[in-house]
Write a protein that binds this ligand. Structure first.
Ligand code: DQA
Length: 145
């Protein structure tokens, strides 16, 4: 069986995971999460392409790239751009690959400015609030699409 290519795109400040507000985001680093995804991907028949950027345009470019590379799905934790970026909403709408919105925390239990998600308006679905496990749950959902 050919493996399914899954892009996992991470936005601003997620390179600080492990050090950044661990009471909210946990103690695992993004590299730890990447390793978990690769391991789970092997059992699900998924190849993981993991990226992180603090720049909005990189995330837009990588969404386009995922489409051009024939990705089966994209997992997107856009960080704070989730709540601000019409450009990401448009980028998701510009591709056919399904995008699953992922968050470590549950933005709906946090400050009101986190209750709006531009990403969520075009995402296939959203998984939030389970820490690093959110990514693994999203990968399982993506593999099953
Ligand atoms: C986050 C939630 C966002 O509100 C926040 O800006 C982040 C991380 C999460 O994974 O919980 O940077 O996307």
């Amino acid at each position: 069986m050919a493996s399914k290519l899954i892009y996992v795109l991470n936005g601003p400040n997620l390179n600080r995971l492990g050090k950044r507000e661990p009471e909210i985001y946990g103690s695992q680093t993004l590299d730890d999460i990447a390793a978990l995804l690769v391991e789970r991907g092997e059992t699900l028949g998924c190849e993981i392409e993991m990226r992180q950027s603090n720049h909005e345009g990189h995330l837009v470019d990588w969404l386009h790239e995922a489409e051009e590379e024939g990705a089966h799905a994209v997992l997107l934790n856009a960080g704070a751009y989730t709540h601000t970026s019409v450009a990401l909403l448009d980028a998701i709408r510009s591709i056919t690959a399904p995008v699953i919105e992922v968050h470590l925390s549950n933005p709906h239990t946090r400050e009101p400015f986190r209750h709006t998600s531009w990403v969520g308006q075009a995402a296939k679905g959203t998984i939030a609030g389970f820490g690093a496990q959110s990514y693994l749950l999203a990968l399982e959902a993506a593999a099953g699409l």
